[in-house]
Design a protein around this ligand. Structure first.
Ligand code: CA
Length: 397
């Protein structure tokens, strides 16, 4: 029980306690913890400089023992009435604070681990061959993205300019993307670094990864399709990646852990999680376009788990840094209303979506606002919230 008066079904109860970075007018950004409709000013409440740096990195670098200690302390503060007098003055209404990018992002990697998404894209772009490439069931495919353009929810999404060329065009043209899209993903934030030359095994996932956030990997499909062969995504992705402001600790997701889908190909030993604790996560995502619910991608069906992604990312000896962010890849389920991108929802422009207000969409129009939200089972039997990541499309410059 807590002495706080929490709104029913808040999603930000004692079983969540996500971390973010906030400021109030005239004050410097600092670390906070979301609880109900409030944020606890951790810098003030603890007096610890690690929470006054303007990003979570210094705290994340302290490692899993420090993460667990602070979580236990927060739980004690919010449950024992004896702490009320000291804690309550440091609670601020969340509606009155500005939320900032929570993590100074070190390296950014994006995977491609949802089978339904990969199959949908394969069917659209390679209709005469197998939907999955031969490597897909053997390794989590990924690429390195642009860490410097990862931004917090609410950052305007300026339509990118670039080169486009369809197969029937004689030559490429330059101009605003005509096929601006989203990708609904879950992101994983690394706290503890690793040594160059030392792979991180599957079982060490919770020693290195602090928590999760929502990711919208904005994608210009026309730029992407012209540039991506043979080296993969580049300018069609790097103009902006939006993340949610609250990082939910892995410790809050114990009740959400599930076995990943059955494997169709034998796993090499470094990816074999048969006897390891499962790191599939039962996270339910919702996608809204201008307030209309358009899709509900289920994260529990994603084929490769974040533990396998981390093991794969480091198996060659590549090291981790505090603040590394890696995203799951677009999350799509088998149903048409579980697809995690508009290119799938409108089947490459051939099946326009009709919204509740009667308007139709294929790709995004200037002025459109896309919001991703997500929830997962919490320890107290309810659901915890991952908050939201939102962005509005602005015209190309
Ligand atoms: Ca992506």
């Amino acid at each position: 029980m807590t002495w706080l008066d929490l709104p029913p079904g808040t999603g930000f109860g004692l079983d969540n306690l996500p971390y973010g970075v906030f400021s109030t007018p005239g004050t410097a950004p600092r670390t906070g913890v979301a609880i109900g409709d409030a944020v606890l000013d951790l810098a003030a409440a603890t007096g610890d400089r690690v929470h006054a740096t303007g990003s979570l990195n210094a705290f994340l670098a302290l490692g899993p023992r420090a993460w667990a200690e602070l979580r236990a302390r927060l739980t004690d503060w919010f449950t024992d009435e004896a702490h009320r007098g000291a804690v309550e003055p440091h609670l601020l209404p969340r509606s009155e604070v500005t939320l900032h990018l929570p993590v100074q992002v070190a390296d950014y990697v994006d995977f491609y681990s949802s089978r339904h998404h990969a199959e949908n894209l394969g069917r659209m772009f390679r209709p005469d061959s197998a939907p999955l490439t031969p490597n897909w069931e053997h390794l989590p495919i990924g690429y390195h993205g642009r860490a410097g353009t990862v931004a917090v929810s609410g950052t305007p999404v300026v339509r990118p300019n670039g080169q486009r060329k369809t197969p029937t065009d004689d030559a490429p043209t330059f101009g605003p993307s005509q096929r601006l899209d989203i990708e609904a993903e879950i992101g994983f934030v690394v706290g503890t670094p690793s040594q160059l030359g030392t792979p991180v095994p599957l079982t060490a996932f919770p020693d290195h990864v602090f928590g999760v956030c929502l990711v919208n990997d904005w994608s210009a499909r026309d730029l992407q399709s012209w540039e991506y062969v043979p080296l993969g995504p580049f300018l069609g992705k790097s103009f902006l990646t939006s993340i949610s402001p609250w990082v939910v600790p892995l410790a809050a997701l114990d009740a959400a852990r599930v076995r990943p889908p059955a494997r169709d190909a034998p796993l090499l030993p470094y990816l074999d999680d048969t006897d390891a604790g499962p790191w599939g996560l039962d996270i339910a995502i919702e996608i809204r376009l201008n307030g209309h619910l358009v899709s509900c991608p289920p994260f529990d069906l994603v084929y490769w788990t974040p533990a396998q992604q981390l093991a794969h990312m480091t198996v060659n000896g590549a090291s981790l840094r505090t603040g590394d962010l890696y995203a799951s890849g677009t999350v799509s389920g088998p149903a048409t209303d579980q697809r995690g991108s508009f290119i799938e929802l409108c089947w490459n422009g051939t099946e326009p979506l009709t919204l509740a207000d009667g308007t139709t969409r294929t790709f995004l129009a200037d002025g459109d606002e896309v919001t991703l939200t997500a929830t997962a089972p919490g320890a107290d039997g309810g659901r915890i919230s991952l908050g939201e990541v939102t962005g509005r499309i602005q015209p190309a410059p």
